[in-house]
Ligand binder design. Sequence first.
Ligand SMILES: [Ca+2]
Length: 158
Amino acid sequence: MSYYKVILILSALVCSAVGRVASETGNNEWFLQFKVNDRNFFVSSEEVSASNAYNLCKKQNLTLVALDAASNDAIIKSLTNLVGSTQVAFWTSGVKVYDKWVWGSTGDHVEYFDWGTGEPNDNDGKENCLQIWLNEYQSGHWNDKDCSATFRALCFYK
Ligand SMILES: [Ca+2]
């Protein structure tokens, strides 16, 4: 079997796997899909508030992302490779409860932090949700943001 045939077969297998997950989620309308550590991640085409991001993932049988030291850098690297540092932000499930950060989708306290320079700054005293922000000066770190602001949801398939 030629090298090219092997590549073709492998790509067909990967495509069918991604297609299967997309159909299980009931929605093929994703802005991005990628895989990190055998988990499938989906970025919504729609830009929504943090609570709607949670619901958007859930409606598709997905979970709004919770990050840890093991996955954070790999996820940010994938996002950066796919979209560059072009002023794009993604909601995670991180939420501030009584001045402590919690992953809303798991209920776990946030143990590992990757804030951008000068963050979290709680701008106007109302930044209680956690986003990943890709732009020139934050280079893929976290930002606290007003939960009603609208950004893409970063969901994953358990
Ligand atoms: Ca902020």
